[in-house]
Write a protein that binds this ligand. Structure first.
Ligand code: KIV
Ligand code: NA
Length: 276
């Protein structure tokens, strides 16, 4: 099979076929979601929360994204792989271009995603002019969580909705081939979808988008803390893993090892030989 491209994604939008996007951060999961038919695998900077245990995506570095992006690329053969440009790496067109070039050359992915509204359009233009496919990302932009003051729905007032619409059009005009709408009021997300030629890809933004994206751990119930309310898990892998590990621990405890007597010294509670 050949890998899907920006042209395939554009063709899907034109024929009304929704785009299925899912995150992955490692080789095994990437291979599984690719084989199951996802069109775009996103190496999201949600890596920071999901894989690295950070509270936000702010600490994620370009090197983190490249290392995991490369693993995901190696695990996939059909899906397009898009890697997030993390916090602080897309501050202006030249900085973003350098980051984009590194990600493309070192992970061998097929595109990058950049958070931000209309002010990001010149950055998107710079990268696409240099041959780097770009996915936009508006609404809730988690890299700006400290500025936003939390994770909440966007586009609730008429001016806020208009700003999202203007941003969507500006990002499309700048060359983005798809646009993530995160936690956007569903009516506004549907309106933006109808205004754009490129596919909108929603997360917590209703069903009126031209595609959907989820953090794969939220889809699979593979979390140690609660998933966001919009993420309807289709499996409970955390429970499956808990059962399997408990069974393993029990089996280890039951091995015949206990029948092998400890050395004399250990049994008498004396200090054994130094472990050198
Ligand atoms: O980092 C991420 O996983 C994302 C998606 C949730 C859109 O940006
Ligand atoms: Na992200």
């Amino acid at each position: 099979t050949r890998r899907l491209t920006t042209r395939d994604i554009g063709a899907m939008r034109r024929r009304g076929e929704a785009v299925a996007m899912l995150t992955a951060y490692d080789h095994v999961m990437a291979g599984l979601v690719d084989a199951a038919g996802v069109e775009i695998v996103l190496v999201g900077d949600s890596l920071g929360n999901v894989v690295l245990g950070h509270e936000t995506t702010v600490p994620v570095t370009l090197d983190d994204m490249i290392r995991h992006g490369a693993a995901v690329v190696r695990g996939t053969s059909r899906a397009m792989v898009v890697v997030d440009l993390p916090f602080g790496t897309a501050t202006d067109p030249d900085t973003a271009l350098r980051a984009g070039i590194r990600v493309m050359q070192e992970s061998l992915c097929q595109g990058v995603k950049i958070e931000g509204g209309a002010s990001v359009a010149p950055i998107v233009r710079r990268l696409t002019e240099q041959g780097i496919p770009v996915v936009g990302h508006i609404g809730l932009t988690p890299q700006a969580v400290h500025q936003l003051g939390g994770y909440y729905r966007h586009g609730k007032t008429a001016p806020a909705a208009q700003a999202l619409i203007d941003a969507a059009l500006a990002l499309q005009d700048a060359g983005a081939f798809a646009l993530v709408l995160e936690m956007v009021v569903p009516e506004v997300a549907a309106e933006i979808t109808g205004l754009l030629d490129i596919p909108t890809i929603g997360i917590g933004s209703g069903e009126g988008c031209a595609g959907q994206v989820l953090v794969v751990n939220d889809l699979l119930g593979l979390n140690t803390s609660p998933a966001p309310s919009f993420a309807r898990p289709r499996a409970n892998l955390a429970e499956i893993i808990d059962k399997a590990v408990r069974a393993y621990v029990g089996e280890v405890k039951a091995t015949r090892f206990a029948a092998t007597p400890a050395p004399e010294a250990a049994r008498k509670g004396r200090k054994g030989p130094a472990l050198v």
